[in-house]
Each structure stands twice: as structure tokens, then as C-alpha cells.
Unconditional design. Structure first.
Length: 94
């Protein structure tokens, strides 16, 4: 049985996922990813024990996937959406 992740680990994963989601080039993908991260953590708020450990591992996999998606979005940028502010500074990959 895997131990449930600590609150610090979960919050760190949440911040990392939001940070990566904010680096998406396309406004629609960026907004969707940020909403989905927030909704996923809201849904999993009451989890504990083995189920929380499984969801945490799934979150780590999603973080790696999101990093790849951010890289792809920078390789193939799209036109700026009318919903975006005028001066959106391009985030650096890190």
C-alpha cells in the first residue's frame, strides 16, 4: 500500500501543473488546461490513502504530458486570439 502524498507535495504538483498550463501558446488550450487542472484538484480534494496516492501518480504523469504539449505548442505557434491581451509576454521553457 502506497502512502498518501503530503499536502506540500500535492500543492507543489498543483502549482507545477498550473505553471505549465500557463505556458501554452494558444489561448484556448491554455484556458482549458488551467480550468482542467483546477477542476481535477477540486474533484480529488476529499481523496485519501491509496486512492490519493494513485491520483498523485496520475498527476505526475499528466505533468510530464503537459510539458510535452507546451513544447509542441511552441514549435507550432498559432495566431493570437482576440481574447488575449495585447502584450502577452512569451514564457520561457524551463
Amino acid at each position: 500500500m502506497a502512502a498518501a502524498p503530503s499536502r506540500q507535495h500535492v500543492l507543489g504538483l498543483f502549482r507545477s501543473l498550473l505553471r505549465q498550463a500557463g505556458r501554452m501558446e494558444d489561448y484556448n488550450f491554455r484556458s482549458y488546461a488551467q480550468r482542467r487542472v483546477a477542476m481535477g484538484f477540486q474533484e480529488g480534494r476529499a481523496l485519501s490513502g491509496e486512492q490519493a496516492a494513485r491520483e498523485y501518480q496520475e498527476g505526475l504523469k499528466n505533468l510530464e504530458m503537459l510539458k510535452r504539449q507546451v513544447l509542441i505548442s511552441h514549435l507550432y505557434p498559432s495566431k493570437r486570439s482576440v481574447m488575449e491581451p495585447e502584450a502577452r509576454k512569451a514564457p520561457t521553457l524551463g
